[in-house]
Design a protein around this ligand. Structure first.
Ligand SMILES: [Zn+2]
Length: 185
């Protein structure tokens, strides 16, 4: 679910004009960036592929624990507040956390509640990745919704006129989404 997160960034960008698109994209992928760093440090690891499905059963006890994701989202939101103000800080916090919500839908139960899986609570994950076709459909759906939201907001923003600028913005966003899907599949 690489591209799906981009769909969220596109949807939000339509309404959060002051936030650069790259900041929104980094926010949607922030948990995976922290995960990559922890994999590199040998603290978390990629685990094994899900047989017959998409994605892996990962070992991300810190970056993808519920509480860990909340803390990372709060940090991202706090940092964004310093630069882009309070409203945008909240937006970045929620966008960062949206990663965990989407992961919850697709991951097989490998998401712990507490960092380090303290207390050995049951792992979470609804497991859509076990069904490759359905998980691709969900991803495409999120991308379409993202593109639609972005198009509507951007069109309204230019007083409901198809200016060259509006068309360029919308076409570039759709290209970015398609590209992220092609790279992610
Ligand atoms: Zn993730």
């Amino acid at each position: 679910m690489f591209a799906g997160h981009f769909g969220v960034a596109a949807a939000v960008k339509g309404k959060a004009k002051d936030l650069p698109i790259w900041v929104l994209i980094v926010s949607t992928q922030f948990l995976d960036l922290v995960f990559s760093l922890l994999v590199w440090l040998g603290i978390e690891n990629m685990g094994n592929p899900i047989p017959g499905g998409r994605g892996n059963v990962i070992h991300a006890e810190y970056s993808h624990s519920l509480v860990g994701a909340m803390v990372l989202s709060a940090i991202a939101g706090f940092l964004a507040t310093r630069i882009w103000g309070k409203r945008n800080g909240w937006i970045i916090g929620f966008v960062t956390f949206s990663h965990w919500i989407i992961d919850l839908i697709v991951h097989v139960p490998d998401l712990p509640v507490l960092p380090g899986n303290i207390g050995n609570l049951p792992y979470m994950g609804l497991g859509l990745w076990q069904f490759a076709t359905w998980s691709i459909l969900l991803e495409v759906l999120i991308l379409i919704i993202g593109a639609l939201f972005y198009t509507i907001f951007t069109f309204n923003e230019s007083n409901r006129k198809w200016t060259t600028r509006t068309v360029i913005h919308i076409v570039s966003m759709i290209l970015l989404l398609v590209l992220s899907f092609v790279i992610g599949v």
